[in-house]
Design a protein. Structure first.
Length: 466
């Protein structure tokens, strides 16, 4: 067994060296760097008014955090200023009313997600106020297939928040765990002892939420195979339905808080690969299924069922069920996907407040997709969600076959096939077991906007693939 493991890791290491580059996580295609500031907001208004019937998905962004986690690359505002949340909610309420007016109040909201920052920055009264506001403008559902989820920070979840959120309609929660080792937690400035998390998990189970997700990160300071084994054992004991494992990208030039992390305490690239492999082995041995891009779920979880049925999707919140036609993002920096448009709100709080004070939607960037974008999006999303692509499902320009249209791409894929990452035939592209850690690389073959000189220079717009 040991020999096999060593051989497999050496092989993987050679592949990592060959394919190491930065790349998008494909929560959209085209990805956010393609969104332009010259985007005509009228295009979004037209798209929104043209889609009056299908179900909606809502995303609500709460940008505040009480403390900074050093590794964090999210768009957040660290503050303890009294009144910051209330001022934000006042503007958010205006945006909710404007978006509801635009999309019509009859579309059923089958998905909703509150993210951040930290939604648990809000106190219980503010959480109630915000949900009531959403309910009075949109058609929220209290039965049937729906996914209403919220991100919880175990350190700031207020007493009484778990029963309250359940009563307000949330049926899924995700917890930012990252790692249970005390030294790792201290070095990232996120101390949340196992006992605290266990108590919260017990409460979540008591209130019968439909699913519980954990976020973990590998590649953090002081992590090694021993700390990871201990963290994974604790995770398995708590048995979340879903586990997302993110690869930490150390980009201190870009994210100031990461400068507080001592580079010398970070695992090397080869150690990171071992950690990734250890996570995959341990979680799969514990009965989790690997659904793609470092996401693991229990076999009975809705995401596993959706993947088997071909109904899994990927959007700005990661993997989710395909339940809605359009996604409306509200709050500073949030992104909407409506019809053929992507739009993003102001990323800075002052601009966000100023636009809403003038009675305007705070849209600052956007992108109108072409038919070629939509074809490539279908290919990328199918690979990332289903781990395969049925070539017959692609809407190609008249008279062309898949391999004619993607002639250039086929050369890169043939090389990946020779390396054992993909299997190709006339009808299908499939990601092999060995190719799973390189899923992003396979998707990148179809990304028209990644230009090779920039990728070669490893411009750090995206995180490292491995
Ligand atoms: S990781 Fe989450 S809680 Fe920590 S600073 Fe970033 S957004 Fe805030």
């Amino acid at each position: 067994m040991d020999k096999l493991v060593t051989h497999s890791c050496q092989q993987d290491m050679a592949l990592v060296e060959k394919y190491a580059r930065s790349g998008p996580r494909y929560t959209s295609y085209p990805t956010a760097p393609q969104f332009g500031e010259q985007f005509p907001v009228d295009s979004y208004l037209t798209e929104a008014r043209g889609h009056h019937l299908g179900p909606l998905s809502l995303y609500v962004h709460i940008p505040f955090c009480r403390d900074i986690c050093y590794y964090c690359a999210c768009n957040k505002i660290v503050t303890r200023e009294p009144g910051a949340a209330q001022r934000y909610l006042t503007s958010l309420r205006k945006e909710i009313a404007m978006q509801a007016e635009l999309h019509g109040k009859r579309r059923p909201v089958r998905q909703m997600h509150w993210g951040g920052g930290s939604p648990t920055y809000l106190d219980n009264a503010q959480v109630t106020e915000l949900m009531h506001d959403l309910a009075s403008h949109f058609r929220l559902m209290d039965s049937g297939t729906r996914e209403y989820s919220v991100e919880l920070d175990p350190r700031t979840t207020a007493p009484g928040a778990i029963p309250l959120m359940k009563a307000l309609g949330f049926n899924r929660v995700s917890l930012g765990i990252q790692d249970f080792d005390p030294l790792v937690q201290k070095s990232i400035n996120r101390v949340q002892p196992y006992k605290m998390v266990r108590k919260l998990v017990d409460e979540i189970r008591h209130y019968d939420y439909r699913s519980l997700s954990f976020d973990l990160i590998y590649g953090l300071p002081h992590q090694d195979s021993i700390t990871m084994a201990d963290t994974l054992q604790k995770v398995i004991e708590l048995k979340p339905d879903r586990i997302a494992c993110f690869n930490y990208a150390h980009l201190p030039e870009r994210f100031k808080s990461q400068r507080a992390i001592d580079r010398l305490t970070l695992p090397l690239a080869s150690d990171k690969l071992q950690l990734q492999w250890q996570i995959a082995e341990t979680l799969q041995a514990a009965g989790y299924l690997h659904i793609g891009l470092d996401h693991y779920v229990l076999p009975g979880d809705d995401l596993a069922v959706a993947q088997r049925a071909g109904n899994l999707q990927r959007n700005f919140q990661g993997y989710s069920l395909l339940l809605a036609d359009d996604l409306v993002g509200m709050g500073v920096s949030s992104i909407s996907q409506v019809g053929d448009c992507y739009v993003q709100n102001a990323r800075n709080l002052e601009d966000y407040y100023a636009d809403l004070a003038r009675g305007e939607l705070p849209i600052h960037r956007g992108y109108l997709t072409s038919s070629e974008d939509r074809l490539r999006r279908h290919v990328i999303m199918s690979l990332i969600c289903n781990l395969s692509l049925d070539l017959a499902s692609c809407q190609l320009p008249n008279g062309t076959s898949f391999w004619q249209h993607f002639g250039q791409e086929s050369l890169a894929l043939e090389e990946m096939q020779a390396d054992g990452l993909v299997a190709l035939d006339e009808n299908r592209i499939s990601i092999t077991e060995q190719g799973r850690p390189f899923l992003r690389n396979v998707c990148m073959v179809f990304d028209q906007y990644l230009n090779p000189p920039e990728a070669a220079a490893n411009t750090p717009r995206y995180s490292a693939v491995i």
